[in-house]
Design a protein around this ligand. Structure first.
Ligand SMILES: *[C@@H]1O[C@H](CO)[C@@H](O)[C@H](O)[C@H]1NC(C)=O
Ligand SMILES: *[C@@H]1O[C@H](CO)[C@@H](O)[C@H](O)[C@H]1NC(C)=O
Ligand SMILES: *[C@@H]1O[C@H](CO)[C@@H](O)[C@H](O)[C@H]1NC(C)=O
Length: 412
């Protein structure tokens, strides 16, 4: 299915992106959810902020979403805000509407080069990593496969009641009998929660897809023009499942949608160990939800497959990446691969509307949401771009990357 002509991404990027330097700042993270109270010390990347800029403290218990550093299941780095509008986030400089006009081609090209060079620069930066998840990675299982084939082989999936230990244990008795997706040839859309969706007017385009995937508690109500109104599946992290503020059991947004919840456990951990000691104990609310709504399609993601996706990322990245789980967006992409004939990832790669806003539904400004500090976000985004079959205008002006899975495209 190559309806979109493809322009593979040129690899040159000459314009450097003077957003701000990344510096290492030890940060204190607090999780104050009752018995989970703890203080973790971790080092995270932070965009050095301009001292004259306002500092917004991250809402300590706000949930995480795709593209968001707060996606961190266990610890949430406390990030300072970077509000470098003039340098980094200036839609008026790059937004344009006509791919046939030379000036627009220019703007798009320049924007793309800046974004790519920023991601590549981030990848090269060194960082401190306390390896909280006990990642044990030696060398790539790299054998020349494409990114798409490598991610397919990671086989990101939900746990099945058929597989040990769930075929006999108590938890397994709560698993739905049906798979997460019955589709095999669907048109799919992955909707990032990025602030640059604001003003995109992509709602109609998004709703036209068979499967529309959203993340955590990202709303549609009030944002239909830009993000659409259809949701078929939500990928949620274990904090969203666990913490009362997200109202998993009662919020409308979690009803009548399929749900895939993930918790990273530890790298190389057995399922038995994970069940005893998840990052956040999502099992109780999972069981409650399944009890309350027996017909629901709520699944748990196999944590081992999350780390296989991480390994695919590391295999295809030439520098060492953060030893933290990938974002919900990347996990969701992995889950979708078998179900779709193509996947449109909306605003996963920042478009020219990029404005420094973390989410379309609140007002936090933080460039780390776009460029990453806790997740291996830069690696993820470059990985996704290498699978992109959409042209430059579609990618960077509309904000849509297409991953084509029809037979002509994947020779895996
Ligand atoms: C910091 O931001 C202010 C206001 O946006 C700007 O005038 C100033 O030049 C910036 N300083 C640096 C070092 O970027
Ligand atoms: C496009 O960019 C080139 C160099 O970056 C410049 O010389 C040219 O005038 C630009 N064209 C338009 C139409 O903006
Ligand atoms: C998948 O769907 C497309 C569009 O509806 C159709 O043209 C194609 O034949 C389908 N492929 C398979 C294998 O069913």
């Amino acid at each position: 299915m190559s309806r979109d002509a493809t322009t593979r991404l040129a690899t040159c990027c000459m314009i450097s992106f003077a957003v701000a330097c990344i510096v290492l700042i030890p940060s204190t993270t607090q999780s104050v959810a009752g018995k989970n109270h703890r203080i973790d010390r971790r080092s995270v990347f932070q965009f050095k902020h301009n001292a004259s800029e306002r500092q917004l403290r991250m809402g300590a218990e706000k949930p995480s979403i795709v593209n968001d550093e707060r996606d961190a299941p266990r610890t949430r780095p406390q990030l300072r805000t970077s509000k470098n509008y003039n340098v980094a986030f200036d839609p008026s400089k790059y937004v344009c509407g006509d791919p046939l006009v030379a000036e627009c081609v220019n703007k798009t090209h320049i924007f793309k080069a800046r974004v790519l060079s920023e991601f590549r620069r981030i990848l090269k930066d060194s960082f401190e990593d306390n390896n909280y998840y006990r990642v044990n990675y030696n060398k790539p299982i790299f054998n020349g496969e494409s990114e798409l084939c490598r991610l397919k082989r990671a086989d990101v999936k939900t746990l099945s009641w058929r597989d040990p230990p769930f075929n006999w244990n108590e938890l397994g008795s709560y698993f739905p009998l049906n798979p997460l997706f019955k589709e095999r040839n669907a048109s799919c859309a992955v909707i990032a929660s990025a602030g640059s969706l604001k003003g995109s007017r992509l709602g109609g385009f998004i709703d036209d897809h068979d499967i529309v995937m959203r993340f955590n508690h990202a709303p549609t109500k009030g944002f239909e023009n830009d993000v659409g109104s259809k949701t078929t599946v939500r990928v949620v992290n274990s904090q969203v499942v666990t913490k009362a503020e997200f109202k998993l059991l009662t919020a409308k947004l979690f009803r009548h949608v399929s749900i895939a919840a993930w918790d990273p456990g530890k790298f190389d951990q057995s399922l038995d160990d994970w069940i005893k000691n998840p990052d956040f104990n999502l099992f109780e609310n999972f069981k409650k939800y399944r009890e309350k709504y027996p017909g629901s399609n709520f699944h748990l993601v196999d944590p081992r497959s999350i780390w296989r996706a991480w390994t695919a990322l590391q295999d295809k990245t030439h520098t060492k990446i953060m030893q933290n789980p990938p974002t919900s967006g990347f996990i969701g992409l992995g889950l979708l691969l078998p179900a779709c004939r193509y996947i449109d990832m909306v605003e996963y790669i920042p478009s020219s509307r990029m404005n420094g806003l973390c989410h379309y539904y609140d007002s936090e400004i933080n460039s780390a949401c776009t460029f990453g500090s806790w997740h291996p976000l830069a690696a993820e985004k470059l990985y996704v771009l290498s699978m992109n079959t959409a042209d430059e205008f579609t990618t960077y002006q509309r904000g849509v990357v297409r991953i084509s899975l029809g037979s002509s495209h994947d020779g895996c």
